[in-house]
Structures are given as C-alpha cells and as structure tokens.
Design a protein around this ligand. Sequence first.
Ligand SMILES: Cc1cc2nc3c(=O)[nH]c(=O)nc-3n(C[C@H](O)[C@H](O)[C@H](O)COP(=O)(O)OP(=O)(O)OC[C@H]3O[C@@H](n4cnc5c(N)ncnc54)[C@H](O)[C@@H]3O)c2cc1C
Length: 441
Amino acid sequence: MLHLDAARRERLNRSPRRAAFYCGAASALRDALRGRGSELIVSRGGAPEIECLAREARAATVVWAAEYDAAAAAAHRSLQAELEEAGLRATIVHDAPVVAPEDAAAARSADGGLGYRAFVPYVNVWREAIRAPVAGRVDFTDVGLATQALPRPEDFGGEPLADPPSEAAASAAMDAFLAGPVLHYLTARNVPADATSQLSAHLSFGTLSARTLVACLNERARDRFLLAEERLSLDAYRRVLALRDFFFQLAWFFEAHPDQALQERMRHFPFAREHAGLDAWREGRTGYPLVDAGIRELAATGRMHPRARAVAASFLCFDLGLDWRIGRDAWDGQLIEDEPALATGNWQWIAGVGADLAQFPRIYNPQKQARTLDPRGAYVRRWIPELAALPAGRGSPLRPPPGQLALPLFSAPTYPPPVVEHEEAAREFLRRYVDFVATRR
Ligand SMILES: Cc1cc2nc3c(=O)[nH]c(=O)nc-3n(C[C@H](O)[C@H](O)[C@H](O)COP(=O)(O)OP(=O)(O)OC[C@H]3O[C@@H](n4cnc5c(N)ncnc54)[C@H](O)[C@@H]3O)c2cc1C
C-alpha cells in the first residue's frame, strides 16, 4: 500500500524533481506488483482512511516504515495512537537504515540507549550490528480493495521522467558500481565527476534497499584477489553507508535537532540571516568556480557531487557567515533525494554545530579545494559555460582574468568577480567563533 500523508505531500511539493522520481518509482512498483498478481493500493488522508482500509482487508495489524524527519515522526506517532485506540495493532519498522537506531543504541546500554552523538564510536557498533537481509518468498494476492489514482508528477509541479526509476534500474546501477568503480572509490570520491555511486535517490525512495547494498558490498569484499587499495575503497564506501545510518539515528533520538544545533553551546551562535552575497550563492555566481559549479550542477540535475556540496556549504556558513538552515532549505527545493535527516546532519556537521566534534570549524578554502579536487578545471568547465572556453590544464579557472571576461565585445554572459575575499571573510568568521566560544566556557 502507498499512503500519501500530508508530510510526504509537502516534501514532494517542495521539489518537482523529487516528485517526478517518487511518482515514477510508485508507478514502477504498481507494475511490478501487477506482474505478481497483486495491486498497489494508493490512499491519501489520515488515520480514518487507513483504519477503513485495514477493516476492509480484515487486517489486524498495520505496519509501516519509519521516517526520519520530525514532522513525519510526529504524524506517525499520532497515527499509531489513533489506530491502537481503534483496536488495531500498529507497528513502525525501520526500513531505510541498514541497522535500526535501537539496535546500535542497544549496544550502549541495557535499556536500549539513547543513540550516538559522535560517528567514530557509532561506526564500530554499526559494523557489529549488521544482519544479512532475510531471504524469504513472499506471496502476493489481490485483496480487491479500491485504490485511488497514482500520484502524478504534475500534481506537484513536476514532469514525468523520460527514464523512470525502478527496482530493476536501481539493481543494475548497483551491480555496475560494485563491478568496478567501487574499487577506486577512495580516490574517485575526491574528484567531482560521475565516479561516486549516485545511488542516493534510489536509497532514498526504496528502489534500492540499503541492506541489500551492504550485503552485496560484503559479498564483493569476499573476493580473495582484491588489492589492498581496493579493500580500502570498499571499506570507505561501507563507511559512508554507516554515516547515512548515523544521521538517521541522530534524527530518531534527537528529534529537536532539525532546526536546533545538536551542540548545546552552539545553539545561540549568531549566524546571519542576510548577506548581500546570498542570491549570488543561490544562483552559483559567487565568483568562486568550484562553489558555483556545484550549485549549478544541482540546479541542472537535482544532484551535487558530495565534495562540491561540502565546499559550497562551507562557503555559505563561513565566507558569508549565514545560517546553515538557509542553505539546507535552499537545496531542499532542488534535490531529488528526500532525506531531511541527511540534509540536516550534514549541514550541521559542516557548520560546526552538529555531530562533528572538531575543535574549530572546518572552513574550506574554495580556491585550494578547486586546485586539489579539480586541478584541470574539468568540473568547473562542465557546469559554468562562461568558463568553458578558458584553456585547460594547469591554470584551472580558479579565478578568471577579470578584464578579459568583462569585455563588452563578448555577448556571452561574463563570470562575476568574487562576492567576498575568502581569507578575510574566513578570518573574520573565526574571530567571531572564538569570541563566542570563549563566552560559553
Ligand atoms: C552539505 C551537505 C548536504 C547534504 N545533503 C544531503 C541530502 O539532502 N540528502 C542526501 O541524501 N544526502 C545529502 N548529503 C550527503 C551526500 O552528499 C549525498 O548523499 C551524496 O552526494 C550522494 O551521492 P552518491 O550517491 O554518489 O554518494 P556516494 O559517495 O556514492 O555514497 C553512497 C551513499 O552513501 C550515503 N552517503 C554518502 N555520503 C553521505 C553523507 N555525507 N551523509 C550521509 N549519507 C551519505 C548516501 O546514501 C549515498 O548515496 C549532503 C552532504 C553535504 C556535505
């Protein structure tokens, strides 16, 4: 059954691309179920509609998957209470993570624990808690319930995808990644190109199960002919999947944190809400090519390379001194993935107010990062047409020669000068940070 509650509809409304992916996956699921002699029951509304369906199906128990976002979690709790009051059993299961939050937390204390605020101790427990997916045969049947119309991308301001997502497409993408690219992940993830797995949307919408992915990854690691670097790459990939679960359990146990810094001492840090450079950041016109390339990749595709995300987010928080929530919410409207917990966890991490316990904020230098991650400027040229014609190689377009590009002879749009001077802005931020932390000791 596919139930479209208000929290889900709101998140689909925020990003037409997300809606297109979700609706495509729903349609593929219906086709797959029909192929097995069953039907996808679509419903909208709240507890009364679900109760009604349960009664019609003569079901005694309603089971559904947890979500890791405060609004959805609150809605699920009240749904559970209402169904139980109506005499049904209502069970929420953890379908998205590899390891359920309580399973990792249980290792911490006998009473189920309270979750982990730091990643390093979590990841060791996570490895131990992994269980192989249960292999079982499920027989489907059509119980003859009336179904509503499938959600359509147009309902949320989107358009149908030419290449709709499906379980088969996700499996093929996973197999292709595990066959070769994963063995180079350790280095490839530092190059903003297409060499990471790009499975986040499939993981987010369940067209690929994270448990299956980890099981296949572990199977891959059983190859006795792997070289040492290849094993390290498999391990690095396993670690980012653990990071995904880590952020889910943070959202699960520390529910207040979507809008509140996890670190108590940083809750009142005066991040600004306005800056003259904010629009330039939103539009990828900061004058820092790596930042702008990432933001334009997102605008064009609904994805952004993980490393570019970190540099562009750092730029918003430290170079512009802006509130991390502004950045998170700006990207939410463009991303395909639907992962509030991962968005919040990562933005807080970058802003130095979340689970990363580094003593000082990790301020990225956008020019040095460009030199390291994109030394030939391939990524920057790909996403910034104004810089596409600059010569390749050393001399990556870290900063274009200003006079030349501004010549009115060229009708093509010119690339803007930097909105702030990085060194100056970063030092000014650090000064404010150190002063603030000193008052909190
Ligand atoms: C500032 C910032 C904001 C982010 N916002 C989101 C978001 O809104 N939604 C989202 O799904 N991811 C977010 N991420 C995490 C990560 O960037 C994306 O999941 C990744 O870009 C997806 O690309 P991939 O599938 O090729 O990743 P790979 O590098 O191939 O990683 C494999 C999978 O591991 C998980 N993963 C990888 N990195 C992270 C991470 N840092 N945190 C949690 N899980 C991770 C993802 O599910 C990913 O698909 C954010 C990262 C940063 C730095």
